[in-house]
Design a protein around this ligand. Sequence first.
Ligand SMILES: NC(=O)c1ccc[n+]([C@@H]2O[C@H](COP(=O)([O-])OP(=O)(O)OC[C@H]3O[C@@H](n4cnc5c(N)ncnc54)[C@H](O)[C@@H]3O)[C@@H](O)[C@H]2O)c1
Length: 354
Amino acid sequence: MSIDVGALRQNWPPPGNPRPIVIIGAGGIVTDAHLPAYRLANLPVAGVFDLDADRARSVAEAWGTRAFASLDEAIATPDAVYDLALPPAAHLDVLPKLPDGAAVLLQKPMGRNLAEATAILNLCRAKSLKAAVNFQLRFSPMLLAVADALQRGWLGRLIDVEVHLNLVTPWQLFPFLNGMPRVEIAVHSIHYLDTLRALLGNPTGVHARTLGHPSTTLAQTRTSALFDFAPDQRVTFSINHNHDWGRRFQDASFRIDGTEGAAMVKLGLLLNYPEGEPDELWITQRDDDWTQVPLAGKWFPHAFIGTMSNLQRYAAGEDDRLVTGVEDAWHTMALAEAAFESAAKPATPVRSAP
Ligand SMILES: NC(=O)c1ccc[n+]([C@@H]2O[C@H](COP(=O)([O-])OP(=O)(O)OC[C@H]3O[C@@H](n4cnc5c(N)ncnc54)[C@H](O)[C@@H]3O)[C@@H](O)[C@H]2O)c1
């Protein structure tokens, strides 16, 4: 192969002068990904706060950090960068209490719907917060490498992109989803919506269907969607979290076809969440074989280094762009909202026989 896949960028540069991270909400994602990422990257953690004090204490003990006794005590940490890992409905309770101008990372999604995203955006603007949403898939080693390959022109112009999932997701790990009217697109496929926007920009429209499954009471666990970009670009999702027929035909992939080359991404994490299988990235160019790109890390936890590093570097003036800042993330929420709106509309009726 004529291209040097080893040269592709796979990680975000670290902040020159890391600031102490105050984690608010100490649930599953914090121990699965935030704390492992910060440990790997030597980003200092000042402590954790959770409404469930026992939970905060046990996480603090396990990770050698401090459990704050109150939200006020956590917020008072000097020079802190705030890391909100809360259920989506709780962001609007905590954000107003942060000091004006603070740097803060909000776990995705940015509220439960576009109205909450807009309220969060307006609040962040009013308080001049340097606020980003933790849409971290685009910071994973494999997707940073795909973005770099695109930037270098190795794939040409993207003309066909498919996100394909056929697996079993252990939704029981996320009890807060029970009873929520919006599930699959709102908390899961939203990662792919955000990644599509990172690769292709904003689509002009979406056609979607999202539905549950007889095996679960969750509102939706399966989604199909088609996105309108340029007239010659076909972009589609086929997402099935209920393929419970063994590992053989389970799959989690992005297929990214350009005019000059193509990339295949395997989202290994999802095939045995949260332990996961290795992620994979393969790249080819016209008349060449596929080449596997050796990856310098995984979606979990490495991508979480990227979102926090970009926020800290932006706050310090080291990065000129807050990549998943609330101004950008709002468009991912707008796309999710459009998908739910589309899913509620009837399809083109099929005529009955004359
Ligand atoms: N890949 C990803 O980015 C990813 C993966 C999983 C979860 N998440 C997101 O992370 C968030 C948390 O998910 P989780 O799985 O850790 O949930 P969880 O239920 O395990 O943890 C949430 C924690 O927040 C605490 N909490 C709730 N309201 C609070 C408040 N006002 N102040 C302080 N603590 C509060 C709860 O007591 C609980 O310990 C969700 O928004 C979810 O969508 C993101």
